[in-house]
Design a protein around this ligand. Structure first.
Ligand SMILES: Cc1cc2nc3c(=O)[nH]c(=O)nc-3n(C[C@H](O)[C@H](O)[C@H](O)COP(=O)(O)O)c2cc1C
Length: 353
């Protein structure tokens, strides 16, 4: 199967994979504040992450391009949505267009549609520094994502089997490109140990890409004759992964949350746990493909409005304030953090006052 056919397979199976009734954030509850002492007009959602100014902390995470006309159309509409709503957008892996120049148009359209937006390039950790520079130039990107997807590759029938030297390759990319580099997972989460290694090589940010949303083990298992079922519930849930990353007090990395976000309350919880920005992929794709671009634009505007309402209730006038809002962590999430030696009282006993 060609790389571009596989891209379309992923979209088809990801759409099937979105039906979820519970959320990995259900075990996080904010402590109600009866005297928030702010109004909705006091809440600001714009936020600066390192050198990137974001007019809103949510963004469209990496999905597509490289699969011909169909992926061109999706990227075009995602870019139009990003422009209209002011959110940043990452493209899917550009390796397809680096290997086959005839696929470049499927990515270039994103910059064409949104000349002054924040756009993020994307490649896997197998990339060379020259390929990374090419990906950034292709869409005049403001930042570059390098994705880590070991479990997806191992489950993919035609996937990679050797992951030696990835950290060194990423370090070479970080040193050679001129834009900030974000290292991201694709739905299996990042541990504190992984984040520590990435902070040592000078990455700008980690996108923890946790378990709880799009499940690439499940998607790839649908494409296999004999499923590797042991990978279907493999991974670090998104809230746990954000907290693991945040628990490393000595690093300079920005933390980005993604994996399973579908509602304003979960986005606000993710940022209260430590994320500076939150990426949504599968949910936005589903909304676009099933309901159309106008519905996706409306959905993003509604999410931003609801985030403002929630922050008003909490008395948080900016994203930084959310890091001091008290919350309770229970159930399996609590158990996990406890076993990892992370003190949940840092969250339950903090205060904005
Ligand atoms: C159809 C589809 C294709 C994806 N392709 C890429 C990709 O090329 N590069 C990448 O880094 N992540 C890719 N992802 C992963 C997402 O960026 C994100 O990390 C993951 O889906 C978890 O977020 P979600 O639960 O909001 O979907 C893809 C996701 C989907 C749904």
């Amino acid at each position: 199967m060609s790389r571009s056919e596989r891209k379309w397979d992923h979209i088809r199976f990801a759409l099937k994979n979105q039906e979820k009734t519970s959320s990995v954030f259900d075990e996080i509850k904010f402590i109600h504040q009866s005297l928030p002492n702010i109004g909705m007009s006091d809440v600001r959602l714009d936020h600066t992450v390192g050198e990137l100014y974001l007019s809103s902390p949510i963004f469209i995470n990496a999905m597509t391009g490289g699969g011909g006309e169909k992926t061109y159309r999706i990227n075009k509409e995602l870019a139009q949505t990003a422009k209209q709503t002011g959110v940043a957008m990452a493209v899917g892996s550009q390796m397809a267009a680096i290997k086959d120049k005839s696929q470049r148009f499927t990515f270039e359209v994103v910059r064409k549609e949104n000349p002054s937006g924040i756009i993020v390039a994307n490649l896997g950790s197998e990339a060379t520094p020259d390929q990374a520079k090419e990906a950034v130039e292709m869409i005049e990107a403001n930042a570059l994502q390098i994705h880590l997807n070991v479990i997806q590759e191992l489950t993919m029938p035609e996937g990679d089997r050797d992951f030696t030297g990835a950290l060194q390759r990423i370090e070479a990319i970080v040193r050679s490109v001129k834009v900030p580099v974000i290292i991201k997972e694709v739905g299996f989460g990042m541990s504190r140990e992984t984040v520590k290694l990435l902070s040592n090589i000078g990455a700008f940010a980690v996108d923890v890409g946790g378990f709880g949303g799009t499940n690439f083990a499940q998607i790839e298992n649908e494409r296999r004759k004999r499923a590797l079922n042991f990978f279907t519930d493999w991974g670090i849930p998104t809230p746990v992964s954000i907290i693991e990353a945040a628990s490393l007090m000595d690093h300079q990395l920005a933390i980005i949350g993604s994996g399973g976000f579908r509602s304003a309350i979960d986005i606000v919880k993710g940022m209260a746990l430590g994320a500076e920005a939150v990426g949504l992929a599968g949910y936005f794709l589903q909304t676009l493909v099933r309901k159309g671009i106008d519905s996706l634009i409306e959905e993003i505007q509604t999410l931003l409005q609801e985030m403002t309402i929630i922050m008003t209730a909490l008395g948080a006038s900016c994203i930084a304030d959310l890091k001091r809002i008290p919350l309770i962590i229970s159930g399996e999430t609590y158990h996990w953090l406890n076993e990892r030696g992370i003190d949940t009282k840092l969250y339950s006993q903090r205060s904005l006052l």
